[in-house]
Design a binder for this molecule. Structure first.
Ligand code: NAG
Ligand code: NAG
Ligand code: NAG
Ligand code: NAG
Ligand code: NAG
Ligand code: NAG
Ligand code: NAG
Length: 373
């Protein structure tokens, strides 16, 4: 049966070799070519149907061997019924060609952006990164992404050894507003749902993240001379499985703010350090010089197991203490039993924030723990 299906797919792929994108009215319909590279068909569809259009990617496997930049979409609805697979046998190409997004050294293999864009996976679409890609909801510089929704997607960007030094985030938003993500399943080597600088009105609902940083604000503030703002972010119904962190914020010692963020209904299993705040990510230096203000952040219904005996390591900059942090219904238990510590420094409303601190947090407190402390 499986063999039969494979043969049919191959045959129809060959038969349609020159007609993979059909445009009818304002709809582009794409069929996989059956070749080792569908990049040009995908780009052609996004080009022909970039405005006031819809694009349907029919079932089957789409092989992607080249970087894609589809950043000028306007009022486009995209339905993805197939599986997108980024090639694994040309790593040198990916290393040399991933698109810079000009932000803290980030690169991406697919840069997606536009206005009024909706992408629906119907629970069948799979983005298989083979370790070298994350998809990026960004637009660098002049044009911003706005009003983008992406629903029902399955993504696997697990890093393999050659790429372990490279970010393989699930999704990053940067310079974007009104981005809505729902019903995703993400296997990611790095951060799963990452909101970076100048993002406003971003929501995530019903996402399961494996092996990742799960729900994170940052990093941001990487250029001290360029302010970075994150406002109005809502994470709800997020599950984090075997992740490094669960609901957390990391900034460089820069300027800007993180304001009005809610982490609600976050469930997790075996998470290294569930709640983490740092103003000096990666270096652990100049922590107190950060002027990225972190304020009005709520954690509501946060429950699960931590890998070690730490529930939270929260260090805020002495020159911009965290303000109005709020915790409600927190239940974090070390997976091997005992009580979980809550470490806090420079939190202005510590006494009334709704969670009892058990000690102070050092400035260079690591994101990754390697045992009980
Ligand atoms: C958006 O595009 C659709 C076609 O896909 C069209 O029917 C609709 O009128 C467009 N909306 C606006 C506001 O132009
Ligand atoms: C957002 O985009 C969708 C199409 O994806 C459109 O129907 C809706 O009107 C847009 N909303 C706003 C506020 O522009
Ligand atoms: C994700 O991809 C990696 C590498 O290709 C693979 O080993 C792993 O089984 C995949 N995981 C899931 C849950 O699909
Ligand atoms: C949550 O997302 C998953 C896909 O990851 C989907 O199967 C499930 O139906 C969604 N649940 C709700 C309540 O929408
Ligand atoms: C964010 O959403 C709020 C409320 O929904 C709206 O008033 C505001 O204009 C939005 N901001 C941006 C930058 O889109
Ligand atoms: C963020 O937006 C502000 C203006 O609102 C701008 O000055 C700054 O350069 C932007 N930061 C980044 C990292 O793009
Ligand atoms: C805070 O963000 C939420 C969305 O997450 C939004 O509905 C609300 O209006 C924002 N509050 C303020 C004061 O901007």
């Amino acid at each position: 049966m499986i063999l039969f299906t494979a043969v049919i797919l191959l045959a129809s792929g060959l038969g349609l070799a020159s007609a993979e994108v059909v445009k009818q009215g304002s709809t582009c319909t794409v069929t996989p070519s059956g070749t080792s590279d569908d990049t040009s068909q995908i780009l052609s569809a996004f080009r022909q149907c970039s405005t006031d259009s819809s694009i349907v990617f029919r079932e089957g496997t789409y092989n992607i061997r080249q970087v894609m930049e589809t950043t000028n979409l306007r009022n486009v609805s995209v339905d993805i019924l197939g599986r997108w697979v980024w090639s694994a046998d040309n790593l040198q190409y990916w290393i040399a060609n991933t698109l810079p997004v000009d932000y803290a050294g980030l690169y991406t293999a697919w840069k997606l952006g536009g206005t009024d864009v909706s992408i629906r996976g119907h629970g069948r679409a799979v983005f298989d990164g083979n370790g070298q890609v994350w998809i990026d909801e960004n637009r660098n510089g002049m044009a911003y992404s706005q009003n983008v929704t992406m629903t029902n997607l399955d993504m696997n960007t697990t890093s393999n050894s050659q790429w372990s030094a490279i970010n393989t985030d699930g999704i990053d938003t940067w310079n974007s507003r009104d981005v809505h993500i729902a019903n995703w399943r993400v296997v990611s080597g790095d951060d799963c749902l990452s909101v970076k600088g100048n993002s406003t009105n971003i929501t995530f609902k019903n996402v399961t993240c494996y092996e990742s940083g799960c729900a994170v604000i940052g990093s941001m503030g990487s250029n001290a001379w360029q302010p970075d703002y994150v406002d109005n972010v809502h994470y709800e119904d997020i599950r984090c499985i075997h992740s490094s962190n669960a609901a957390w914020i990391k900034t460089y010692p820069g300027t800007g703010h993180v304001r009005n963020v809610t982490f609600k209904n976050i469930e997790f299993e075996d998470v290294n350090q569930p709640v983490y705040i740092t103003p000096c990510t990666y270096s652990g230096r100049n922590c107190d010089s950060s002027r990225v203000a972190i304020e009005d952040v709520s954690w509501i219904n946060i429950r699960g197991t931590s890998r070690y005996n730490i529930a939270a390591g929260m260090y805020c900059s002495a020159s911009a203490p965290c303000r109005n942090l709020r915790f409600e219904n927190i239940d974090i238990r070390p997976k091997n039993g005992g009580a979980a510590k809550v470490l806090c420094s420079n939190i202005q409303n510590q006494a009334t924030m709704g969670w009892q601190c058990t000690g102070t947090c050092p400035g260079n407190w690591p994101q990754q723990l390697d045992g009980n402390r």
